[in-house]
Design a protein around this ligand. Structure first.
Ligand code: BGC
Length: 378
């Protein structure tokens, strides 16, 4: 099924050559490639495509148009061996059968909205309760389940693809026609950069993120991954994952200010199923500016992932709902805590908490976000 349809690398590599000094164009010619392939069809017959970005060091990211989803991310270990560090499936059918948001672009509003209700400009809106008793990740058919259009981006010096989707007014209960563009770029500095842009014709809440499940060893538990999060505060939640509204200082269990193994204190977070599933309020010198949010290191592979974002928060989710029933790439069973998510975002349920940074996008405004995943070895 994954038959090559067209190789668009040349289109990308030669972009702009006629108008640029030849030295720059020649330099660009050595900088990676973009390949487009068929990736099957949705149940209603829509063709889905996969775009593979390769940078000059051989790192490889694969994104499909279904859900503008990162399905593969191959990065070197300390011996230079490439390994795939995100969970996912080998084929579209398995994604269509349902999955826990592996690598997807999540929204319109990522994370939870309490009881699926909010009031905006005096009007009450009701959304699907797809995570009883709350609304989660944009509803029953959020943007993660749509086929996006894609274009190789010619304005970037590195391999890049821009994915676009326009969500009609009223889709999943949200007001406003929301136009979204998500551009993935794989730089020669070994960064997967994700840039988001959205506009609306009516006020509406927006909170976009990428929901990659990381495992820097490629398999097994993530309890030994060492994590650092640049946050002195977090938003505590009730038993249903909804913020209480408080912004608390991280305590001994919640703090990742100092690099700490994820498993070191995880059992102290009890509940059903327990473990980290919390939004951290990032320490920022200036809001909206790109800064280091988190760093993850895995000692056997030597792989390091650093995340920089313009967003005010990041959700740490330690794969607490994975239970081995999800069988992914190469028949691998994804067991309890076999991955972690670090979702750059605005705080959960912000639309119902006026003290949290604003998530309302109005007509004539632009929503923008940049999040960078930088890979290295130690
Ligand atoms: C949430 C988890 C949820 C997961 C779904 C995360 O963003 O915080 O509670 O189970 O997404 O896969």
């Amino acid at each position: 099924m994954k038959k090559t349809m067209a190789c668009v690398a040349a289109g990308f590599l030669l972009a702009g050559a006629a108008t640029e000094p030849s030295a720059i164009a020649a330099k660009k010619r050595n900088k990676g490639s973009v390949k487009k392939e068929a990736f099957g069809k949705t149940k209603d017959g829509k063709a889905v495509e996969a775009y593979t970005l390769v940078n000059k060091n051989g790192l490889k990211a694969r994104i499909i148009t279904y859900g503008a989803m990162l399905t593969e991310m191959h990065v070197p270990d300390k011996d230079g061996l490439l390994g795939d560090v995100v969970l996912g499936h080998d084929n579209l059918e398995n994604y269509l059968d349902g999955h826990p948001y592996f690598g997807v672009t999540t929204g319109r509003v990522a994370n939870r909205i309490a009881k699926g209700k909010f009031i905006l400009d005096g009007k009450e809106y009701t959304l699907a309760l797809n995570n009883d008793p709350n609304h989660l990740h944009g509803g029953t058919e959020g943007i993660d389940k749509k086929v996006w259009s894609a274009r190789v981006s010619r304005s970037k010096a590195n391999p890049a693809v821009a994915f676009s989707y326009t969500s009609p007014d009223g889709e999943e209960g949200y007001p406003g026609r929301l136009k979204m563009k998500v551009t993935y770029t794989l730089t020669d500095d070994d960064e997967l950069q994700i840039e988001y842009l959205a506009t609306t014709d009516k006020a509406t809440p927006v909170n976009l993120t990428n929901h990659a499940y990381w495992n820097l060893a490629g398999k097994g538990t993530i309890l030994d991954h060492v994590l650092q999060i640049n946050a002195d505060h977090y938003t505590p939640v009730d038993a249903t994952g909804i913020p209480t509204g408080e912004i608390l200082k991280v305590d001994d269990v919640m703090s990742f200010i100092k690099p700490t193994a994820i498993g070191a204190r995880i059992d102290k977070i009890t509940g059903e199923p327990g473990g980290y599933d919390h939004n951290y309020c990032l320490n920022k010198k200036e809001s909206g500016k790109l800064s280091l949010a988190a760093r993850v290191e895995e000692s056997t592979s030597g792989r390091v992932l650093e995340i920089f974002t313009t967003e005010p928060g990041i959700q740490l989710y330690t794969g607490n709902f994975l239970d081995g029933t999800e069988v992914g790439k190469g028949g691998q069973k994804y067991e309890f805590r076999n991955a972690l998510c670090l979702e750059a975002q605005h705080f959960p349920d912000s639309i119902n908490h006026s003290q949290f940074p604003n998530t309302v996008l109005r007509k004539n405004q632009k929503y923008t976000q940049t999040t960078i995943h930088k890979f290295s070895v130690r």
